[in-house]
Design a protein around this ligand. Structure first.
Ligand SMILES: Cc1cc2nc3c(=O)[nH]c(=O)nc-3n(C[C@H](O)[C@H](O)[C@H](O)COP(=O)(O)O)c2cc1C
Length: 293
């Protein structure tokens, strides 16, 4: 059973975890093996969601970087099962929720919990990358030693695994957090063709600048963003979490949309790659490996 990031793949029993403010969690909140997590029990519990059974062995192919931008040492472009062929059996959508705050007890964590629960309810297999627990180093371009770090490997492995991503950032100085931008810097090929949405947590602002920053970075990594976004400000929370129903409703709708719209996008990308590397394949053709052509 692969584990990734802080929160890892979730879906097994993790007894005795209390939610924020010491509130007992409902049985629907089930965590996996949290032994390696340094996050607070509250955060880990907030991330725990019930998941369906894992799909069978991965099919498909690992695609090597062949585009003009430098690839990572592993050259891992997509998870092996991320590109279903015409005869591939259907599998559940893989959703990654990224907690873009370096602060453990954060409002971001409450959004991550809500988004994770909703993505699972929409039928997705969910993982969380918690940057407050991973605390990766600042990205150094070309530093091969960083490639071997567990935090870096976890970041890249989870991003490659995902079909769709929900990126939650605190708004810092009219921008995404440094933690989330640093997460982006460790990635590039892993985000190509992925469908993403951004949610911001702010002190009181509308979050537009941080949301735009996140969406721009997704685009620059050849990912696609939903045209929907959400932001929650400080006053939308109390000790139990997010209490503004309009904001939570919006986030839940976005989570369902991520699962709904990723299918056609993934299928289109796979169809484009079957064209080969010529212009008819569009930019997808640039992402083919030499051996896949
Ligand atoms: C360095 C810093 C910069 C911030 N800049 C903004 C900002 O530009 N706009 C805003 O509305 N809130 C701003 N805030 C407030 C945070 O967005 C807010 O406290 C948010 O809840 C932080 O997320 P967290 O609770 O997950 O840590 C800033 C906070 C910090 C620490």
């Amino acid at each position: 059973m692969p584990t990734t990031g802080v929160a890892g793949t979730i879906g097994q029993e993790s007894p005795g975890i209390k939610g924020k403010a010491g509130k007992a969690l409902s049985p629907a909140w089930r965590g996996r093996d949290w032994r390696n997590s340094r996050g607070s029990a509250g955060f880990r519990a907030l991330c725990a969601v019930a998941l369906g059974p894992r799909p069978g062995p991965a099919r498909g192919r690992v695609v090597r970087a062949n585009a003009s931008w430098p690839s990572h040492d592993s050259d891992l472009r997509h998870d092996a099962a991320a590109m279903p062929g015409p005869t591939s059996p259907p599998r559940s959508v893989r959703a990654l929720v990224v907690a873009g705050s370096a602060r453990v007890e954060s409002n971001v964590a409450a959004i991550v919990a809500l988004a994770s629960k909703t993505l699972a309810a929409a039928g997705a297999e969910v993982r969380c990358t918690d940057l407050a627990v991973l605390l990766p180093p600042v990205f150094v371009h070309g530093d091969a030693r960083q490639t071997a770090l567990p935090a870096v490997q976890s970041i890249r492995r989870d991003a490659a695994w995902a079909d769709t991503l929900l990126l939650v950032t605190p708004e810092y100085h009219g921008n995404m957090s440094g933690a989330l931008k640093n997460w982006f810097d460790f990635l590039y090929p892993e985000l190509a063709e992925k469908l993403a949405a951004a949610v911001a947590v702010t002190g009181g602002g509308g979050g537009d600048m941080s949301l735009t920053a996140v969406e721009r970075s997704v685009s620059w990594c050849h990912g696609f963003c939903l045209p929907y976004r959400a932001a929650a400000k400080d006053s939308d929370f109390d000790a139990t979490g997010l209490i503004d129903r309009r904001v939570s409703d919006r986030i839940e709708r976005i989570a369902y949309d991520l699962v709904r719209y990723v299918g056609p996008l993934r299928a289109s990308w796979a169809a484009a790659q079957r064209e080969g590397s010529g212009v008819a394949a569009g930019v997808a053709g640039l992402h083919l490996s030499d051996e896949a052509q």
